[in-house]
Write a protein that binds this ligand. Structure first.
Ligand code: ADP
Ligand code: ADP
Length: 233
């Protein structure tokens, strides 16, 4: 579902790439963790999948990234809303509307779906994320865990095949983190969505992982051609 062929990303004129060169395959319907020390390129890897690299963050991408068979370089992220959904670390940075229901609807705007399909998908997503009781609430009045679920819901209404999350539980207390992780597990198991998630608190998430991509730390990053260790559980 996700494939990297000899992918490397450089920012500016730096000699060493911020990521790669890296080959990677993540099959459909798996939850894959990306782990490694700070600065090792986890966010860059996720951004290469979501298309933020090379379209928005200024990195230069070599090699080829395909998601559901589509080359991310050839499509802008908003044109891939039904292929890859992206949720950042800070849910507040994500929101563009006021209420929960409007936010979920917004994620489908670029798809040109019929009105009744959009309505059905909002209902289905409210239920999936346990947000039905909060539909009319201003997002600003919700807890951190609720906000993170709204951020996830707003990309899920497009029914993306792949969901990319950058440390989605880092600002959450353990109970709220559990709720978010339980939702991700349901997505993978019940709907066959592929989830790619960066996380530094391995102990929180490792039990949910089908696959772990470990980016090498500073001691190894300088070795040319060194592959990332990819472990399947
Ligand atoms: P991680 O997520 O593992 O902390 P990042 O992917 O954020 O790692 O960063 C990898 C390296 O690339 C770091 O040295 C970081 O400073 C650099 N970097 C990340 N994003 C940018 C950017 N938009 N412009 C320039 N340098 C960047
Ligand atoms: P439509 O595709 O017309 O919007 P539905 O919203 O009823 O119709 O969803 C159709 C199918 O999509 C259902 O079988 C449902 O299980 C599945 N589905 C629901 N949520 C998601 C999701 N987030 N990603 C992928 N498929 C989903």
């Amino acid at each position: 579902m996700i494939r990297f062929d000899e992918v490397s990303v450089r920012y500016g004129e730096e000699e060493a790439p911020a990521l790669g060169p890296l080959d990677l395959t993540v099959p459909e319907g798996e939850l894959c963790l990306v782990v490694g020390p700070s600065g090792v390129g986890k966010s860059t890897l996720l951004n290469a999948v979501s298309g933020l690299v090379p379209h928005f963050t200024g990195g230069t991408l070599r090699g080829r990234v395909t998601v559901a068979g589509r080359d991310t370089r050839e499509h802008r992220p908003r044109d891939l809303a039904d292929v890859v959904g992206t949720v950042g670390q800070d849910p507040l940075a994500h929101f563009v509307t006021d209420t929960v229901e409007d936010e979920l609807a917004y994620g489908m705007e670029s798809l040109g779906l019929p009105r009744d399909t959009m309505r059905r998908r909002v209902e289905e997503t409210l239920d999936l994320l346990g947000l039905a009781g909060l539909r009319d609430r201003p997002i600003a009045t919700l807890s951190g865990g609720q906000q993170q679920r709204v951020a996830i819901g707003s990309v899920l209404t497009a029914h993306p095949r792949v969901l990319v999350l950058d440390e989605p539980t880092s600002a959450l207390d353990p109970a709220a983190a559990e709720e978010v992780l339980a939702v991700l597990q349901r997505l993978v198991h019940d709907l066959g969505t592929t989830v790619l998630m960066a996380e530094h608190r391995l102990e929180r998430v490792v039990q949910y992982a089908d696959r772990i991509v470990l980016l090498p730390g500073p001691g190894r990053a300088a070795v040319p051609g060194e592959p990332a260790a990819v472990m399947a559980r």
